[in-house]
Design a protein. Structure first.
Length: 64
């Protein structure tokens, strides 16, 4: 994938994708699992919550 690791999180109809250059990660795939720590996981979960809220608010503004 163009010498990048692609990390994809999905929750229902929402998804978040992060791309990290292979050169920026030591230990290959194991290095990716080190990056995805508890703090990062909480941030991803919060972002999903924010995304869902934003979409619902937008959808409600445009209901017919």
């Amino acid at each position: 994938m163009n010498q990048k690791f692609i990390i994809k999180f999905e929750q229902g109809t929402l998804e978040q994708i992060y791309k990290i250059a292979e050169a920026d990660v030591t230990d290959g795939v194991d290095g990716i699992f080190q990056i995805i720590d508890e703090e990062f996981s909480r941030t991803v979960a919060q972002r999903f919550s924010d995304m869902r809220k934003s979409f619902i608010e937008t959808y409600k503004r445009h209901e017919y």
